[in-house]
Design a protein. Structure first.
Length: 297
């Protein structure tokens, strides 16, 4: 009888303490370090919580139970989780280390989603110019001012920021051009990032606009299309390039004429969404599609 009473006496304080403390916040971060631009999954291990408030340490928060989050910059961040139930709360904090990306990446953010773009090292002048403008915030708030479905989406005109509805756009720039860096290994498959430019008549060296760019939407491409281009213009496609054209489509008739200096590696569906917006007779979207460009580093 004494033994039974003693066990009961020990158990009661444990139950009382648990009831007073509320849900104990607990979560797990990935075992392997993530790189900037990658998704990081926070695994919630809290039991019986009613609400969750995550702070990822970079100014972003979430109220999801098991959120995913991207860090656009490398570094160490403090992740915290605040849980509540029955008016009681509990907080847990952990540090997460984010490594720099293995490639040169930027993210183009829009209301229709994000596009992560890899910039090519073999086009250094265009790569470095794009990075410089992005770091300066040059592109933030600019519009995709020219959109043609099954062809491309174009932006980068500084005059598009705050432009009135229906205003003609497409002639603005930073006041300089970038020498052409047309490389045969980079072609106009869907998602290719390329530099806009003026026509051959006024620009025989095919120098690029200092800021305006387009991203290929494109259409279906057949092996016959590519064979005709190879015969008529002397273009030689690798097996890999042909496979990508057949899989993704694109605008191969532009190959060899414009500098391709990047590739969308995530967010091809965002190109589709932007390409389908309603436009006016100048191909400008009737509802503005603004961008923000951030260097992932």
């Amino acid at each position: 009888m004494r033994l039974h009473t003693r066990l009961l006496y020990i158990a009661l304080p444990l139950i009382t303490l648990t009831a007073c403390s509320g849900p104990r916040a607990a979560f797990q971060l990935p075992d392997e370090p993530a790189r900037a631009g990658e998704w990081v999954t926070m695994t919630n291990q809290t039991k019986d919580a009613e609400t969750y408030l995550w702070n990822f340490g970079d100014g972003n928060t979430s109220t999801e139970a098991n959120p995913r989050h991207r860090y656009w910059s490398s570094g160490r961040y403090e992740v915290s989780l605040l849980t509540t139930a029955a008016g009681k709360s509990s907080t847990k904090k952990m540090d997460i280390q984010i490594l720099p990306p293995a490639e040169c990446l930027v993210v183009v953010e829009t209301d229709m989603g994000d596009m992560i773009i890899r910039l090519h090292d073999e086009t250094p002048a265009h790569r470095d110019n794009f990075l410089k403008l992005a770091e300066e915030g040059y592109y933030d708030g600019l519009l995709f001012h020219r959109v043609i479905p099954n062809f491309m989406i174009q932006g980068g005109d500084p005059r598009s920021k705050g432009a009135s509805s229906g205003e003609a756009l497409g002639r603005g720039g930073p006041g300089y051009t970038v020498p052409a860096e047309i490389r045969s290994q980079y072609v106009h498959t869907k998602g290719a990032l390329a530099a806009a430019r003026t026509s051959d008549a006024s620009n025989p060296e095919r120098a690029s606009s200092g800021s305006q760019f387009y991203i290929v939407d494109g259409k279906e491409v057949t092996a016959k299309n590519l064979e005709l281009l190879q015969d008529s213009r002397g273009i030689s496609y690798s097996e890999e390039q042909m496979e990508r054209y057949l899989e993704l489509g694109g605008t191969p008739h532009l190959d060899g004429q414009y500098t391709v200096y990047g590739q969308v590696i995530e967010g091809l569906d965002v190109i589709d969404k932007i390409a389908q917006v309603k436009t006016n007779r100048r191909d400008r979207p009737e509802e503005d599609v603004a961008m923000k460009v951030t260097v992932i580093k």
